[in-house]
Design a protein around this ligand. Structure first.
Ligand SMILES: [Zn+2]
Ligand SMILES: [Zn+2]
Length: 395
């Protein structure tokens, strides 16, 4: 949070750390995405070897303050324990009865590393740390987003809290089918909703708070002076309020621009339950695990058709590019980023013409249903989420 205070314009940057589905390849690692909010970093998913990917990127590991897990399939969470061990000084130990100070962590530290995820996330972290004898030099907390079918209490494990685990982990119930404002501060908020996959899975929506407009003091100060109004009302005008002066003059502060909205989905064959929460997203990140590209993909089975590939993809809990494009159109997203690709689609399309053709083919399939901008993510791709053109006057 410290890195975000006091800045009038928030920088939102995304770096894809892993864009593979079930199996990684030499050009794609397992799922992980870093969102940089000014200098703070939030991770979405943490597949195997995410810490290596962080080290190879411009994302600073020490700045990670929150980790959001979409679901507990290994390709989205296997990297969490090693990342925690590195970030929170989890290496080493003591022998021969020498006491390790990390066994007496203060568990209710005010500033633990925050992890959000579905039921099982807390148990996975606690058990993994316990059975690998990992002690941590700084605390963490796990907040679970509970489905109506989940038990409201309990942690899915009988193990006691880990020495570094804060007891303040919340079990967050749904309200009207969504988890509203699981986190918020003055700059951004995070809400979430379930999306349909082969196991419980969560999509996250990060929304920037409305941003105050640009003030032109010359428009206001002469009126304030004339009516001897205290200059302190300038801060109310800056917030977009209107003020009536003693002589009846009305002053209207500059209107706020809407905050940017990012929708980050996990694996899904149907994200309908998040559609309303995700509407009018500036950016939608949607998986596209399998595609039918008969003219481009030499591994295409002769009997395959668009219909058979879609049926097979759905039956495994996943989406095709066409399904992702249709959902982007349904929610009115400004931009669509596809990720979570099968290992058969190489991720070096910036240097390999064949890989580039395949990625263009995948984007082309999504285009059949969606007319906005489409990007196929590759590992280490990084870009800013800009203020939309119509609001850019206020940037
Ligand atoms: Zn996956
Ligand atoms: Zn999965």
């Amino acid at each position: 949070m410290a890195g975000r205070r006091g800045l009038s314009s928030t920088s939102l940057n995304l770096t894809f750390l892993g864009t593979a589905s079930a199996q990684p390849s030499s050009t794609r690692n397992h799922s992980a995405l870093a969102l940089r909010l000014n200098s703070d970093v939030w991770l979405f998913d943490c597949g195997e070897a995410t810490q290596h990917q962080v080290q190879r990127s411009k994302v600073k590991m020490g700045k990670i303050e929150k980790i959001f897990i979409t679901h507990t399939h290994g390709d989205h969470i296997f990297g969490l324990l090693p990342l925690l061990a590195t970030m929170l000084n989890g290496a080493g130990g003591t022998a021969d009865g020498v006491e390790d100070p990390r066994t007496h962590m203060v568990q209710d530290s005010p500033d633990p590393l925050e992890i959000y995820g579905p039921l099982g996330t807390r148990a996975y972290v606690r058990n993994g740390l316990k059975y690998t004898h990992t002690l941590l030099g700084a605390p963490y907390v796990v907040h679970e987003l509970r489905l109506p079918s989940d038990p409201p209490d309990g942690d899915h494990t009988s193990l006691a809290l880990h020495a570094a685990e804060s007891p303040n982990g919340r079990n967050i119930p749904q309200t009207n089918g969504v988890w509203s404002d699981v986190y918020h501060d003055t700059i951004v908020s995070v809400s979430a909703a379930p999306i349909l996959h082969s196991v419980p899975c969560i999509g996250y929506v990060v929304t920037e708070a409305p941003v105050p407009g640009k003030m032109d003091p010359a428009k206001y100060i002469p009126h304030l002076k004339r009516t001897k109004t205290p200059m302190s009302v300038m801060s109310r005008l800056q917030q977009g309020e209107s003020i009536e002066l003693s002589d009846g003059t009305m002053l209207q502060g500059p209107l706020k621009r809407p905050g940017r909205k990012l929708v980050i989905l996990g694996d899904t064959y149907d994200p309908s339950p998040i559609a309303e929460l995700a509407s009018s997203a500036d950016l939608l990140i949607h998986e596209a695990t399998n595609a039918h590209l008969p003219a481009l993909d030499s591994n295409t089975k002769p009997e395959d058709t668009f219909e058979s590939v879609e049926a097979r993809t759905k039956s495994r809990g996943h989406s095709t590019p066409q399904m992702a494009g249709a959902f982007a159109a349904r929610i009115g997203a400004r931009k669509l980023v596809l990720n979570h690709f099968s290992a058969r689609y190489p991720g070096n399309d910036d240097v390999d013409p064949t890989a580039k053709t395949i990625m263009e083919g995948i984007a082309g399939l999504a285009e059949e249903h969606y007319s906005g901008k489409i990007i196929c993510a590759r590992d280490f791709m990084s870009f800013d989420v800009n203020v939309p053109q119509e609001h850019a006057w206020n940037k």
